[in-house]
Design a protein around this ligand. Structure first.
Ligand code: MLT
Ligand code: MN
Length: 304
């Protein structure tokens, strides 16, 4: 199975348009130790020919141009794309806005939970995806589906939060309900090999831990290094917990939570522009490496 990291950064990307912190300034200066990263998405293929996108980021056009595998083959028909399916893990802007790049009456299947399909239906701009060509398929949680021949995905609910622009402060948990945030177990049917893609997760629960135990590969929420890093940097008022993301460090953080799970290869993905781990020479990046984790980067290809 081919796994292509299209975008390793969180919403806003790295650098983010209005962020002027030292991290972003280094990336803007083209510092090779602070390489720019686009917004949250991966692509998966079993044959290297047809690809399934997991999330469609606002940077999708740039990501297609940066990755030959996602472009029409030179010997193909006049209108063509190797992108045959898109699977969404939530309704966040960084995960759905790229759908607008996929208009132009090109056939593909679009998989999402009922909750996330509801968000798309409520925003008429997504009608730009011609229903005669784009099949909207509802994901039934925990029932496996095949987005493309040879690939099987099982989506499961993870602790998270309703999309930022839909938060309702008058409701419990801001109006979050089951199906707002899912993780994906992605399997190559021919080999039985599988990995997990979980770009947003607020907490390691016993059921999530059981699901991930001994997995060969997990791509996991790396939004913030420390829960209060945005507040301490003076760049925001929210903790990671408030945003629906568990942080990398700390007693309830992901490094600690994965310690006894036996996951062979672990990569952080969906990094916010304030996260010092975006800098290749930061002590936080070194601490991540020392704990056996990697940090995903745009253009990285993983074979499983
Ligand atoms: C998130 O992952 O928390 C969201 O993408 C935030 C946002 O929409 O800016
Ligand atoms: Mn996000």
């Amino acid at each position: 199975m081919h796994i292509l990291i299209l975008g390793a950064a969180a919403g806003g990307g790295f650098p983010q348009w209005n962020a002027n912190n030292a991290n972003c300034q280094r990336a803007r200066d083209g510092d090779p130790k602070a390489p720019a990263q686009t917004q949250s998405s991966i692509a998966v293929s079993v044959d290297g020919a047809m690809w399934c996108l997991c999330n469609a980021s606002p940077d999708l056009r740039q990501q297609i141009e940066a990755n030959r595998q996602l472009q029409p083959r030179p010997d193909g028909p006049l209108r063509a794309s190797p992108i045959g399916a898109v699977v969404l893990t939530n309704g966040d802007i960084d995960h759905i806005a790229g759908l607008l790049n996929l208009r132009e009456s090109q056939a593909f299947s679009l998989f999402a939970t009922a909750r996330v399909h509801g968000i798309l239906r409520a925003n008429s701009v997504f009608n730009a995806l011609n229903p005669e060509f784009v099949a909207r398929r509802e994901i039934d949680l925990s029932t496996p589906f095949k987005p493309l021949p040879g690939i099987q995905i099982t989506a499961f609910s993870v602790p998270g939060k309703v999309a930022l622009y839909l938060e309702d402060p008058s409701q419990k948990d801001l109006g979050t309900s089951d199906g707002d945030t899912v993780g994906l177990e992605i399997m190559n049917i021919a080999t039985g090999r599988k990995f997990f893609y979980i770009p947003g997760c607020a907490e390691m629960t016993p059921s999530l831990a059981a699901r991930l135990r001994d997995a060969p590969l997990v791509l996991f929420d790396g939004t913030l290094y420390t829960d209060d890093e945005m507040i301490r940097a003076g760049e925001g008022v929210k903790t990671g917990q408030r945003m629906g993301h568990m942080s990398i460090s700390g007693p309830a953080g992901s490094i600690r939570s994965f310690e006894r799970l036996g996951v062979k290869r672990r990569l952080f993905i969906h990094l916010n522009n304030t996260n010092p781990a975006l800098n290749l020479d930061s002590p936080e990046r070194a601490a991540i490496a020392a704990s056996g984790w990697e940090v995903a980067m745009d253009g990285m290809e993983i074979r499983l």
